[in-house]
Structure formats: C-alpha cells, structure tokens
Design a protein around this ligand. Structure first.
Ligand code: ADP
Ligand code: MG
Length: 592
C-alpha cells in the first residue's frame, strides 16, 4: 500500500476535508510530533485541532521563545522543529528564531498565519497586514506560500526537504487564514499529501578529495582536529570517535561540540586551545566554520600568516575558502567523509609525532591543574569559578543532564569550566552568540529528550525569555534554572558617568529575587549565597524533577567586560580641539 492509499484509508466517497486537516495530516505524515507556538488570529483553531489530532502543542508566552525551542528541537532530532505563529507581529517575533536556526544550520519550519492576500497585496489596510513571504525570504533557506488546499501536501513536503537536506536551515511556510477554511474532497485531499522519502540523503565525498585530504594530513608535523556543532548534529558519534582515536590527532571541540567525545578524553586539547591554534600546521575542520569564533582562521590567535593548512569537511561546498584558502576541501556529510578518511588511513597509519601530542597534553594538564583550586572555592558572595565548580561537579555526576547556557561571563566561564561527557548535551547561544535563547532551548531540550535540564543563565540573558517560567510550570517540565545574579550585565557595579539619578545602562535592580518568579507559578524557588548551597539546591531540583529556579548570588564586581570576547566592542575616539585645531586624539574602549 503506498502512502496515498494509507492516508486516504479513513475516508470514503463524498467525505470532505479542509485546509486545517490537510495541514495537520501533512505534518503527521512527515513525522512531525510537536508544535511550538503562540495561539491567536488566524491559527487559534489550528492549534486546538492539532492537539485534538494527536500532535503535542506547546503554547509559549512569546513567539521568539517558541521559535528558539523549534530551532533547538531541529538540532537535537535532525527533523525540522516546527513553530506556529500568528500574522505580522507574531510572525516577526518568530522570524528572529528562524534566522537564528538558519545561521546555525539547524532545520526548522516557521508556519505563520497571514492576512488576506487580496487586501494585503493592494495595501488596503487589513488586520495585521504584512507581506510576510517577502520579508522572510532573505532571512531563511527557503520560503513558500500556499494558496490552495490541494497544494498543502506538496508545500509541506518542500518545506521538510528544504529544511533538512544539504546544509540544514530554516524554512518559512506562509498560510493565509482563508486557506485553512478551504474545503475539498477528502479522498483527493489524502492523495495530495506527500511523504518525503530520504529527506537528507548521504553525500559521499569524491575519492580524489579523500586522497588529497589524507595527503595533507600525512604531511603534518603538528596536526589538529576541530570538531564543530555540525559534527554533533550529524549524530555520527561512533564514526567521529573512531576517526579521532585512530588518527591520534589532538582535537579541539567548539562550544556545542563539547561532549561529542568526553572532555576528559586523552586527545582533548580543550584546555590548551591557544597553544593548539597557534602551533598547529594542519587543521582538520569537521563540521565547523572559520567564522568569528575562530577569528576567521587568521590573525594573532593563529600561527604566522599562511602557515596553517586546512582540511575542511562540510556538507556545504560554498563554505570552502570562505575566510582562508582550504588546501583540501572534503564536501559531503560528516559520517560519509569521516568513514572514508578512516578507511583510507589504512592499517599502518602513523600517529602524529609524540613531541607535538605531548606538548599539547602537558599544556592542557597544566592549565587544568591551575584552574582546579579556584573551582573548589566556597566564597560568598560567589565568584564565577566557585559557582561553576558546584555546577561542574553536578554535571560530572549526572552526565545525561541537558545543559543550557547563556550570558556573558556566565557563558564564557561555563564553557571552559564545566566539562561535557555526552554528545549534544551542551546547548548554548550558537553562532550569533545571541542572548534570549535560554528558556525556549530549555523547554525543547526537556520535551525532545525526556531528560532533566539544567539551564545556567546570566541574569541579563534570563530576562529575555524569563516569562516562560510560567510555560515550564504549566507543562511541569523537569527544568532547573540557575540565575547567576550579579545585578547587571558584565558587572553590577557600573555608575552613571553623568552623575545623574538613572542607573548605568548595564545595571539592574540590586538584590533582585528571580526565585520568586518561579514560586509565582507554583514551581520551587531557591536562594544560594555560596557554592555549597548552590550544589544542594540544584541536586535537589534534579532529583525532584520539579520546575525550579535557583537565584545564585554572584559578586557584582566579579565579572569581566563581555566575558572573554571584549575585543568585539568597538574602540571610541575622542578628539580634543581648540579653535579649529586638533589638540589630541584619544582612543579608548567604549567600555571600561
Ligand atoms: P561551530 O559553531 O560549532 O564551529 P558551525 O555552525 O560554525 O559550528 O559549523 C557547522 C558546519 O557544519 C556548517 O558549515 C554546516 O554546513 C556543517 N554541517 C551541518 N550538518 C552537516 C553534516 N551532516 N555533514 C557535514 N557538514 C554538516
Ligand atoms: Mg549579570
């Protein structure tokens, strides 16, 4: 029986169906199980019917958070995460997350209701009038609009395939309200649905490209592997491990690739990052991009200009040479490429010179030993190392925990201080380094994995999506949020330089009690002033599985400007003049 027969099985001659049900059936046929959204005109009934028809419908308090949930669901499952929004403003709120998903190469579909086409196109002032398709197009991988009920099946199929094939990304699907009410013959409707066969086919690398890559790797004296979140996304964990271990080459995990191999792995160069980047002569990029997070593959983090040769494995051919020359591009999916490379390495593979691997290991161990005592400090109010030491011990003991992380210092320090032991457990701000993904990410992590979630959030970062604590309580999700509360952004000690009554732009209410927000909706609030209390509160939360928010009091003076990426803040120039004459030009960081 083909899928069309199967889908029409419930209908007999004379039955009718409508746009609502065709859309629901098309999504279900393509294995969509969960919808993240916010109800409203014109999709309120659609949400109700989706729930009635067996989809899990999770309603959020703001579309951006629902969208961020869908984006991370795509990353975790390799299937498009689906977000459902209302027209114009709701659509725009969801669009930020769709662009975020696209930037991160995660599959997602934003389905948005829209106002009446005839009125919108004549700009006659409809309710929430907006040409959403045109606005979405430049911000995602593909955008489609459906005008006729009989096209819903093909539109959903196109959206699914566009989202997951090749380099994954975000897809926009525009649903004018009137489409949902259109009716058609139920049997014909069922036959119009399309099940996408093999949506993300394996893409094998060319044999010449494999040979070229291997020749470059063999020529290396100080090779390094960089694992990115594309490698984590691929869910080819055994193949990645086999390649790394057989090669004997030290590896550096990008933030969300932490745990793909456990951070305690003997070949990890994680704590020797500076040395590894600067000294390596051949770098093998595995599902990672040479973007700002790797200072574009050049400059002072790296060795002398043009001294590093790159092998790059990526599913997207256009990624090659994006920033520097790639000596050996290997285009294909991670699993196929790494399998081919490992096979080609053969039985007599020579691991890199011990001089190099020992140097990396020694540097790493020395850095880990240097950091260890600070992770044990029990100071009150807490500094970052003390608080994160407590968090680290919890993750070490509960390695299956889904770990969500955003903030400035809270993000940067946690990335280096909290080890990951399993793949795809560290979920953070991704390629944009964007704040506000926290609660959407935490909710989807709980829903998609059925595992406990620990979200460690800067107080500023938490504020962007904090209202979703109500959502967490409503669905009774096993999420423990820890707010690192230092009364502000970077630090809580900044002053108004004009001496006025307004606080400085980076400062929040002193001594705020974020834990009370969780209590307001029936969850557990906790308050921690030292690492021992923090450890206890988080352990209790993970054990109970109850929605919990721990307000962790951090020393307002402990943070650094922009965490460890202060160099991204522009330098301001003050020009002192007298009469028409320039007396002095003073360059200063925009921030102190
Ligand atoms: P990170 O931030 O961890 O360095 P990036 O998001 O910059 O990671 O890079 C991920 C890369 O992985 C992207 O260039 C994307 O095209 C690639 N990618 C995603 N999925 C796959 C896959 N299955 N096979 C190969 N490459 C992939
Ligand atoms: Mg803060």
């Amino acid at each position: 029986m083909d899928t069309a027969d199967a889908a029409s099985g419930d209908h007999s001659a004379g039955d009718i169906t409508d746009g609502f049900h065709l859309l629901i059936d098309a999504l279900k046929l393509n294995d969509v199980e969960t919808i993240y959204g916010v109800p409203g005109i014109p999709i309120t009934d659609l949400g109700r019917m989706m729930q009635e028809e067996g989809l899990r419908v999770l309603s959020f308090r703001h579309e951006q958070n629902a969208g961020n949930a869908a984006a991370i669901a795509g990353y975790l499952t390799k299937k498009p995460g689906v977000c459902l929004t209302v027209s114009a403003p709701g659509f725009l709120n969801g669009l930020t997350a769709l662009a975020h998903a696209t930037t991160n190469c995660w599959p997602m579909i934003l389905i948005s209701g829209s106002s009446e086409r005839e009125v919108v196109d004549l700009m006659q002032g409809d309710y929430e009038e907006m040409d959403q398709l045109a606005i979405a197009k430049p911000l995602c991988k593909a955008a489609f609009r459906v005008l006729h009920a009989q096209d819903i099946g093909i539109a959903v199929a196109r959206a699914v395939r566009a989202a997951v094939s090749g380099r994954p990304g975000g897809v926009y699907l525009d649903i004018p309200g009137a489409l949902l009410g259109q009716v058609m013959d139920a049997v014909e409707g069922a036959q119009s649905l399309v099940k996408v066969i093999d949506p993300a086919p394996a893409q094998h690398p060319a044999p010449e490209a494999v040979k070229r890559a291997l020749d470059v790797i063999k020529s290396a004296k100080r090779p390094l592997i960089i694992l990115g979140k594309g490698a984590a996304y691929a869910q080819a964990d055994d193949v990645v491990r086999e390649f790394v271990e057989k090669s004997g080459i030290p590896y550096l995990p990008m933030s969300m690739a932490k745990g793909l191999l456990p951070d305690g792995h003997d070949q990890s160069a994680g704590a020797a990052r500076s040395l590894a980047l600067k000294e390596s002569d051949v770098v093998i990029m595995v599902g990672a991009r040479l973007n700002w997070l790797l200072s574009h593959g050049k400059g002072k983090q790296w060795g002398p200009a043009h001294s590093t040769r790159f092998v790059q494995i990526d599913i997207e051919p256009r990624e090659m040479d994006s920033n520097v020359e790639i000596a050996a591009p290997l285009v294909g999916d991670i699993e196929s490429c790494l399998s081919a490379l490992t096979k080609a390495m053969g039985k007599n593979w020579k691991t890199p010179p011990a001089e190099w691997t020992d140097a990396v290991r020694e540097k790493r161990d020395a850095n880990v030993a240097k950091m260890a005592p600070s992770l044990q400090n029990n100071a009150s109010p807490m500094n970052y190392a003390g608080a994160l030491g407590a968090i680290k011990r919890i993750i070490d003991k509960n390695p299956e925990t889904m770990f969500v992380n955003e903030g400035a210092n809270t993000l940067d320090f946690a990335r280096s201080m909290v080890d990951m032991h399993r793949p795809r457990k560290r979920l953070d701000v991704g390629t944009w380094g964007v704040m506000g993904v926290g609660m959407g990410t935490a909710i989807a992590a709980a829903v998609e994995s059925d595992l406990p979630v620990l979200a460690v959030e800067g107080d500023s970062a938490f504020g962007f999506s904090g209202m979703e604590v109500e959502t967490i309580c409503r669905y009774n999700l096993p999420i423990c949020i820890v707010v690192f509360n230092n009364n502000g952004i970077y630090r809580g000690t900044d002053v108004n330089r004009a001496g006025g009554e307004d606080p400085a732009p980076t400062v929040f209410v002193e001594g705020a009690r974020y834990d009370k927000m969780m209590e307001a909706f029936g969850g557990v609030g906790a308050y921690a002033t030292n690492p021992d209390e923090l450890h206890q509160a988080v352990s209790d939360a993970l054990k109970s599985g109850k929605p919990t928010l721990v307000n962790a009091v951090i020393d307002p003076a402990a943070g650094k400007e922009s965490g460890n990426i202060g160099s991204l803040n522009p330098t301001s120039v003050v020009v002192k003049r007298m009469g028409g004459k320039v007396l002095e030009i003073i360059k200063q960081k925009a921030s102190r």
